[in-house]
Design a protein around this ligand. Structure first.
Ligand code: 9MR
Ligand code: ZN
Length: 534
């Protein structure tokens, strides 16, 4: 078999495909003309438990449509070579957030055949004091369920807003949402929909509720048919710190478009920051009676660090400066960009602020950690026939997020070093996502010849439309699949890279979430701009 990036390759980029089982390949143009052929030495790949090798066809630069065949006559997916090959993927993956909107109708002129009615228009009740109502409208559904969770939201916004801060031009595109053509670039209008919801999760004293969900997951119904009451679970230091960080970040990014809104967010951030200073211990308890996602975490030092970095960057606040100094001794993971470990966001904040703000010493210490991790990832990628940065056990629930946040680390390593090999390794992560993997599947709906089709996503399941909504990233292979659908397929007997089912019931391998899409937006924007392919 031969596996390719089904979204295509640009004319000048490094172009790799992966071949397994036979060593001879032919590259053909769509009309059947052989463009290139050769033999590839194979070696054992631990992720697919097969012999595999790399076909390097970077020298083929002519725009067009191509496919491979191997010695056994297997045909690969077809793919294009041409610049702008990621335009559609970027537009669709950014539009995904619109399709997650809660609390408003998705009209046909924006949502096409995926239009749907408004959902979840009632207030939430305070779990600790059920008589008390909390106004609760808007925001994005987290995933295939309709919950809204603050730490997950903050992380998605972190990917999107740092991505925008870094690369405004490529990410300022029209995605046809109700706010298009207004005062904000579309990406910021979309993020505002989530920020506005988050602001409602903050209490008067600055503490922020961990999540707003029903007591248990609803059936596979349209969101507008879900009438389960929504509860706001208790304040956590995790949510409060992530909230402070992301509001501070957003206040800075939105300032040039809307000073007033930026002011509201900054004030909210500082209120939460004050709460954090006054409540130095870890606060989080998952209420056992609320059976939706937990987003449990045992350490809030990294969340506090991120908040401190953002507050210090804007305010030069003394407490924040002291926090940063203290936290540096904790040996936190300073490259993590997922919902439980957020140290990488603090690093991005510090890098983008520059040595002038945080001082050369801190900047360099963090840069060293970042480049160490980027080197580890680059070495893994270079030793993998798939160009991939994961080892078998790193295919965790949502492994595609790890692939994409690894790509973010590699992108920023390129930003820091100007060494092209980091950017190449980042691109290989996209190759994997779009089909250069042993499942031969593109993990983004609507993009590529064999794009996955059956995400675990309630609206997509209940809408009666055969096609999936485009632009959604699947969680991907899971080394420890834990759903019934996966168990029925004896998935745990397969190689790590193949523990995946394109099955709407397989929530542990094929769900979708906002924070699996957001790093894709970051990476596509960065690569489109720095790749120099235009
Ligand atoms: O993405 C989360 C993953 O890292 C965890 O292993 C998993 C189990 O706790 O939960 C995932 O998050 C889910 C959340 O709890 C509820 N909404 C859907 C999320 C994606 O599956
Ligand atoms: Zn809703």
């Amino acid at each position: 078999m031969i596996y390719v990036n089904q979204a295509g390759y640009s004319e000048k980029s490094k172009k790799h495909a992966t071949i397994t089982s036979s060593s001879h390949y032919k590259l053909l143009s769509a009309d059947g003309r052989t463009v290139k052929e050769g033999d590839i030495a194979l070696s054992y790949d631990e992720n697919c438990e097969q012999e595999a090798g790399i076909i390097d066809f970077s020298d083929v630069t002519e725009a067009g449509t191509y496919y491979f065949t191997d010695a056994e006559g297997n045909k690969s997916c077809s793919f294009a070579i041409g610049n702008n090959h990621y335009d559609e993927a970027l537009r669709a993956s950014m539009k995904m957030f619109y399709f997650q909107r809660c609390g408003m109708e998705l009209e046909e002129k924006y949502a096409g055949r995926f239009k749907r009615k408004a959902c979840h228009l009632t207030d939430a009740f305070d779990l600790l004091n059920p008589e008390r109502k909390i106004k609760m409208r808007g925001g994005w559904h987290d995933a295939g369920d309709f919950g809204r969770y603050v730490t997950a939201a903050a992380v998605a916004l972190g990917h999107l807003l740092y991505g925008f801060e870094l690369e405004k031009k490529e990410l300022d595109i029209d995605i046809n949402i109700p706010e298009s053509g207004g005062i904000y670039p579309d990406i910021l209008a979309e993020c505002k929909y989530e920020l506005d919801w988050m602001l409602q999760m903050q209490e008067e004293d600055g503490g922020v509720h961990h999540k707003a969900t029903s007591m248990n997951f609803c059936d596979f119904i349209m969101p507008s048919d879900d009438e389960l009451p929504i509860t706001a679970t208790p304040v956590s230091s995790l949510a409060t710190a992530d909230f402070a960080a992301v509001m501070m970040l957003a206040a800075r990014v939105y300032k040039e478009y809307d000073e007033e809104y930026a002011g509201v967010m900054k004030a909210a951030a500082l209120k939460s920051w004050k709460w954090l200073v006054e409540n130095p211990s870890f606060v989080f308890e998952n209420p056992k009676e609320v059976l939706t996602g937990t987003y449990a975490d045992r350490c809030d030092a990294d969340e506090r660090f991120w908040a401190a970095a953002e507050v210090y960057r804007s305010e030069k606040d003394k407490d924040a400066g002291f926090y940063i100094f203290e936290m540096m001794e904790l040996k936190l993971n300073m490259t993590a960009l997922g919902w439980s470990d957020v140290g990488g966001f603090a690093s991005l904040c510090i890098f983008m602020a520059g040595v002038e703000v945080f001082g050369r010493d801190l900047y360099n210490r963090i840069k060293l950690k970042w480049m160490d991790e980027a080197d580890r990832l680059k070495a893994l990628s270079q030793s993998s026939a798939f160009g991939l940065t994961l080892r078998p056990r790193e295919f965790t629930w949502g492994s595609n997020m790890v692939v994409l946040t690894n790509a973010m680390i590699l992108c920023y390593a390129y930003e820091l070093s100007n060494d092209r090999s980091y950017l190449d390794a980042a691109e290989y992560q996209l190759d994997y996502l779009f089909g250069r993997n042993a499942m031969d599947v593109s993990y983004v709906t609507g993009i590529g010849e064999k794009a996955f089709r059956d995400p675990h996503n309630r609206p997509g399941i209940a809408d009666g439309i055969d096609d999936p909504i485009p632009g959604f990233v699947s969680g991907g292979p899971n080394y420890r699949p834990s759903d019934e659908a996966a168990n029925l397929k004896n998935m745990a007997d397969r190689p790590a890279m193949c523990r995946y089912a394109d099955d709407k019931l397989s929530y542990s391998t094929n769900e979708i979430t906002i924070y699996w899409n957001s790093p894709l937006v970051f990476v596509l924007g960065y690569i489109k701009s720095r790749g120099g392919y235009r």
